[in-house]
Design a protein around this ligand. Sequence first.
Ligand SMILES: *Cc1c(COP(=O)(O)O)cnc(C)c1O
Length: 467
Amino acid sequence: MENYLRELPPVHEIQRDCRFTKLCDKYQLTSERLTAYIRNVLGQIRAELQDGQVPALYPEHDFTSIIFINVEQKVAEWSRNKLSRVINGTGTVLHTNLGRARLSNQAAEYAAEVAKSYSTLEFNLSSGKRGSRHDIIEDLLKESAGAEAAMVVNNNAAAVFMILTALAKEREVIVSRGQLVEIGGSFRVSEIMEESGAYLKEIGTTNKTHLSDYENAINEETAMLMKVHTSNFRTIGFTKSVSTEELVRIGQKHNLLFYEDLGSGSLFDYGEDGIGEEPVVRQVIEAGADVVSFSGDKLLGGPQAGIIAGKKEIIDRLKKHQLARVLRVDKMTLAALEQTLKMYLTNREKEIPAIRDISRTAEEIRQDAEHFASVMRSEAASFRIGVEKSTSQVGGGTMPGVELPTFVATVTHDSFTEQELADRLRTCPKPIITRIMNEQVLIDFRTVTSEEIEEIINGFKAIEQEK
Ligand SMILES: *Cc1c(COP(=O)(O)O)cnc(C)c1O
């Protein structure tokens, strides 16, 4: 081992090697950074040698080459984007782990344009004076939600927190036990409530809550009746919940606020297209809710945001609260949201990717799957491809139990297990996320654009060539 250790080149010698400058140029590293990587790799190799291990690539490569190979691996890993674009072949439209809704071109391009320039974020062009960022989208939101007033915060969890803090701190909020949901493993109404300083008054049982449960729970400490959309689960069978209309009525009778956390809060009536039973924001506002909140990146199909809409007097109180400053959104979010809302108001909502993808018919998707299959059979013939009926999910904790009819391509290969194939697709330069079922890789084309079909085919071809 002593001999091996003496063979290790000193740092200054490695720095003089022509590969040092080449790596600096290739990865745009300063020589200090690259030297840090080299010291790190040298340390590792030295420790291995002292431990009695000989580096894997020895003796085919000399120590200097082994150091450069290891350093380049580490540098390449570091330089790869951590937030990377992926192709969603799962068919789940609002895939929370894959970033929920993707933006329309119009929204994404506008957000990029605003990001690169100065903007009227808080500036009024006609007066030349300071403006309010609330004004950018309030009118659009009022119109699309049918509300007197509206505002936007960072996400819907922030909206819930703010509403409870600003309107019910140190007072009681009545919620049905059947609606105390946990969403995505991190959002719990009961915990947000605790953080906000409002007191949760649970009523009813998991499956049944009656009007009288609300009536009996009301006392002088009560500030609010709250209804939470049970976004990601459904109770079926022997159930009873109290409707928005009834809650509005008791709220008014006792002079209490009624707040509905809509979760997804759809502006588009998917129900009219025969998909799910999601409440439409406008209907809940028309039914008389004082305030509602919902996400920007679920069924709405926009950027991450929490939208609050309702009575003007309440929204004014919220706008003045310190939390409005803490939870405010940035210009890129506002730009993307403005463009997304405009699409609703100009009859172009079907161009919003989330709405388009959820509304796609099985027949349209079958054509994409067949096109993929036929190209694959001629251009990447070592894969076995089939096309089968299946179902896709809406995702994002919305429309639980709704199964959208779809078609998937099934892929297998003699030299790879289905898991190996899925792993390779996931780690290729343009990552492709798939599902595995019945020992096959499944690609659901509901969430795949036509350009992405070509990218998937190229991914398979590259895997075939590696073999
Ligand atoms: C998704 C959801 C939330 C959280 O919304 P985010 O935008 O993810 O913060 C809160 N309440 C309900 C009912 C939800 O479905």
